[in-house]
Design a protein around this ligand. Structure first.
Ligand SMILES: Cc1cc2nc3c(=O)[nH]c(=O)nc-3n(C[C@H](O)[C@H](O)[C@H](O)COP(=O)(O)OP(=O)(O)OC[C@H]3O[C@@H](n4cnc5c(N)ncnc54)[C@H](O)[C@@H]3O)c2cc1C
Ligand code: FES
Length: 285
């Protein structure tokens, strides 16, 4: 059954703040964690929500870039983002130095459900899609929810270290070159892990998410799956309409939803996967 469309996110929760860089730490190969002091946003951010980060002081690049909140420490007022360099904006963020200032707009979007115990949540992360899971893992652990972790990447150096999740997890991984865990894609080993999961939360490239959705629907249709979608985001708060993604309306009709307001986290059955994957690369990458 197609679920009722969720209410759009509450943009009144977002703050337009200035973060101050505390440092940029290398995480494995070609990945970094950028830590910012930003108490206004750190106290509000929930798992799966994102921020739009200003990537430079001048007009170019003009647009802020969206990044999932990886960690938020309300006591210390610290926010962290996990990213890889794919273009100018991410290169600038990875090159930040301690004391540099960064415009932060957030938290934005709808995040992941933190289940009630007793439950086991399986978190499925492809590549940089690991970004939202430390915050989700910590929220679940505090609530007494058991966690399983399935991470896939091209090679061992691009896996997200399970110990950085900040919560105990049953950990599984797959690498395309076989340098750690199973050789191949995470979707190759997902099926058996579903037997013990009460819910699944997934983040990664949209093509991976489509496969995860197909496997979960086939193997365990009773298990709710939430996916954090990728879409090109100009504004992040519902104005530019650039992030529209195809969804199934309640009556099965074709519809569009703004990923920045009714996502990025959506119920998998709401997404119209074949139309999503037919979109240009920033959607299907
Ligand atoms: C809600 C959300 C959360 C995200 N969280 C993270 C995160 O935690 N860590 C992380 O590393 N990345 C994340 N991304 C992707 C990140 O926003 C893009 O990689 C970034 O905007 C690229 O900026 P750039 O200037 O470096 O590259 P650009 O020069 O703008 O683009 C370089 C390449 O990246 C692709 N790209 C650009 N924007 C996106 C996008 N939104 N989705 C997919 N591909 C894109 C382009 O098609 C192009 O091929 C997230 C995206 C969304 C929508
Ligand atoms: S990013 Fe502008 S409307 Fe969603």
């Amino acid at each position: 059954m197609t679920p009722t469309p969720p209410a759009p996110s509450d943009i009144a929760r977002a703050r337009c703040a200035t973060g101050v860089c505390l440092g940029v730490e290398g995480v494995g190969d070609d990945r970094v964690e950028v830590r910012l002091t930003c108490p206004e946003v750190a106290e509000l951010a929930r798992p799966g929500e994102f921020c739009q980060l200003q990537v430079g002081p001048g007009p170019v690049p003009l647009l802020r870039r969206p990044f999932s909140v990886c960690r938020a420490d309300p006591e210390g007022g610290v926010l962290a983002f996990y990213l890889g360099v794919v273009g100018e904006g991410t290169a600038r963020l990875a090159a930040l130095r301690r004391g540099d200032r960064v415009g932060v707009l957030g938290p934005l979007g709808r995040g992941f459900t933190v289940p009630d115990p007793p439950a086991t949540l399986l978190m499925v992360a492809g590549g940089l899609g690991a970004a939202p899971f430390p915050l989700l893992a910590q929220a679940c652990h505090r609530r007494g929810v058991a966690l399983a972790w399935l991470n896939g990447a091209a090679s061992a150096g691009r896996l997200y270290p399970a110990e950085r999740l900040g919560a105990p997890v049953a950990s599984h991984c797959a690498t395309e070159d076989g340098s750690r865990g199973a050789r191949g894609l995470l979707t190759d080993i997902l099926g058996p892990l579903l037997a013990t999961a009460d819910r699944v939360a997934a983040c990664g490239p949209n093509r991976m998410l489509a496969q995860v959705a197909s496997i979960v629907a086939e193997a365990t249709p009773r298990v709710p799956l939430e996916v954090s979608l990728e879409a090109p985001m100009g504004c992040g708060f519902g104005t530019c309409l650039g992030c529209a993604v195809p969804v199934r309306a309640g009556d099965g009709a074709r519809a569009l939803a703004l990923c920045c307001r009714t996502g990025p986290v959506m119920a998998a059955e709401r997404v119209d996967w074949s139309r999503l994957l037919a979109l240009p690369p920033a959607h299907a990458a």
